[in-house]
Ligand binder design. Structure first.
Ligand code: ADP
Ligand code: AMP
Length: 226
């Protein structure tokens, strides 16, 4: 299964992608996480991405497309869930070209819709583990022990781009450059809009209903073709 999660920064894409990856045995391919790893390793790509990420702008399409093609090539046969990519029309068109040529199209695009006030609260309360990338929230999805990662005991940090001024820029960038993808995937007939204002378990359940429905449909088509 090949899935794209769309939604504003802070909508909960990473949180849901991690769950979907576990539940369906998919790779979680997060462009933001890959860029943060590149930065931590001090690679050329990481250095080039730095100023764009810190200011809330997007990294250039050619760098991102090359980076994500590589990640997709290395994904297991079971498939993947894309988180934060594509984020511009050019990225979506390029992804479509590559997947169409290989006859492995995207099965579903899930758009998480969340009210603005909730988005701001989610981003200001987000804390992440710099070692394993786990994501928490200071009130909504707390670690077992305050300020410390459940998995490896590392002290949690606030992402520098969750600073209020950068958040404003990221939300404007999203409105301008990413929202056109909603129409793009709607026209392809693979868009599923999901109200993601509720708790993470509720959102998870609704997404799974959509994906399980697709899997059931696919199995009955396969049976009919036998
Ligand atoms: P994105 O990947 O879309 O930027 P994240 O998954 O990192 O968003 O979530 C942003 C913040 O909101 C994190 O602190 C996360 O723990 C929290 N969060 C995610 N989903 C929910 C939810 N359904 N309800 C409440 N908080 C959530
Ligand atoms: P995220 O972790 O998805 O919030 O992404 C963090 C930052 O990484 C963004 O604000 C961008 O600067 C950069 N980034 C992540 N994904 C992309 C993408 N698909 N295209 C361009 N820039 C990206």
């Amino acid at each position: 299964m090949r899935i794209v999660l769309l939604g504003s920064p802070g909508a909960g894409k990473g949180t849901q992608c991690k769950r979907l990856a576990r539940q369906y045995g998919l790779a979680h391919l997060s462009s933001g996480d890959i860029l943060r790893q590149e930065r931590a390793q001090g690679t050329e790509l990481g250095r080039k991405a730095q100023k764009f990420m810190d200011s809330g702008a997007l990294v250039s399409d050619d760098l991102i497309i090359a980076m994500m093609k590589k990640a997709i090539d290395q994904a297991p046969k079971a498939g993947y869930v894309l988180d934060g990519f594509p984020r511009t029309s050019n990225q979506a068109i390029e992804l479509n070209k590559v997947l169409t040529a290989a006859d492995v199209p995207i099965d579903a695009v899930i758009n998480l819709t969340v009210d603005d006030a909730i988005i701001t609260d989610r981003m200001s309360g987000r804390r992440t583990c710099p070692a394993c990338g786990a994501v928490y929230h200071i009130r909504n999805l707390k670690p077992k022990k305050d300020g410390v990662c459940d998995h490896d005991g590392t002290v949690l940090v606030q992402r520098p781009d969750d600073d209020l001024e950068v958040v404003k820029k990221r939300l404007a960038t999203y409105q301008e450059q990413t929202t056109p993808l909603i129409g793009y995937y709607q026209r392809q007939g693979i868009l599923h809009e999901i109200d993601a204002n509720g708790g993470a378990d509720v959102v998870d359940q609704v997404i799974r209903q959509v994906l399980d429905g697709l899997l059931v449909g696919r199995r009955s088509v396969a049976r009919a073709q036998r």
